[in-house]
Design a protein around this ligand. Structure first.
Ligand code: CTP
Ligand code: CA
Length: 223
């Protein structure tokens, strides 16, 4: 990736990226997570670095190596922890890219001790409560950086992605069909912004990241 660009498209920009899967504890040894591998987030982190940006990374569970050359990197567990880390790093960021697969819900009745099987075979009930939406929270700040979101959909990708972009108030949204993306080495995405919708071919996550950054850089110049 080192010499993809003759002109470093994000030179001097500070970029904050979330990546990987969050983990919501049920008890000290169990939890709720998802199949995100962190590969797309790490590909974007590497590509932003190659484009000359100073990159900060907040990541959850990953099944891929951490991107090298980061200005800052912190691993977190839950969505609440991810939001706290993002808010601490936010001032003075130019761009925020939310790639993490954040759990929409956390466990309300989390147990301090390991749950035991009940003699009378009562099945435990796990109650859920909503997590904060990190991307929407960042995009709604008066000092919001330029926000890039992802949309993971399993059906009606374009319709859901259009609605999601407007609802969250993000200028650039990357939509993908989950079976084409999560946990895989390649991706096939659609880029949605105020001006255009671009269907990209199926390609490596590094090449997908490069295409996202090229559009991001165009939109930053126009801003
Ligand atoms: N996101 C986030 N915080 C959450 C949930 C999602 O920051 N609590 C971000 C993701 O990182 C992604 C975008 O929001 O950039 C969209 O995530 P997605 O799960 O596709 O959409 P949701 O808004 O959670 O809606 P739903 O899961 O119901 O489709
Ligand atoms: Ca979600």
């Amino acid at each position: 990736l080192a010499d993809v660009w003759t002109v470093p498209l994000l030179s001097g920009k500070r970029v904050l990226i979330t990546a990987g899967a969050t983990f919501e504890a049920i008890d000290p040894v169990r939890g709720i997570t998802n199949i995100s591998s962190g590969q797309m987030g790490m590909a974007l982190a590497r590509a932003c670095r190659a484009a000359g940006a100073s990159v900060s990374l907040v990541y959850g569970q990953i099944q891929t190596p951490l991107a090298a050359g980061m200005a800052f990197a912190e691993q977190v567990s839950s969505a609440d922890e991810m939001l706290a880390a993002v808010q601490r790093l936010l001032p003075h960021q130019d761009v925020f890219i939310a790639v993490a697969a954040v759990a929409d819900y956390k466990v309300r009745n989390r147990s301090e001790h390991k749950l035991k099987k009940q003699a009378g075979q009562k099945v435990p009930v796990i109650e859920l409560t909503e997590n904060p939406d990190i991307l929407a929270t960042v995009a709604g700040r008066p000092d919001a950086p330029f926000c890039v979101g992802f949309a993971a959909e399993s059906e009606h990708v374009l319709e859901h992605a259009r609605a999601k972009r407007l609802k969250k108030g993000v200028p650039l949204l990357v939509a993908n069909e989950v079976s084409q993306a999560m946990g895989k080495a390649t991706n096939q995405v659609i880029l949605l912004d105020d001006e255009q919708e671009t269907v990209l071919p199926q390609m490596s996550k590094d090449d997908t990241a490069i295409a996202i950054i090229e559009r991001l850089a165009q939109l930053l110049v126009q801003r």
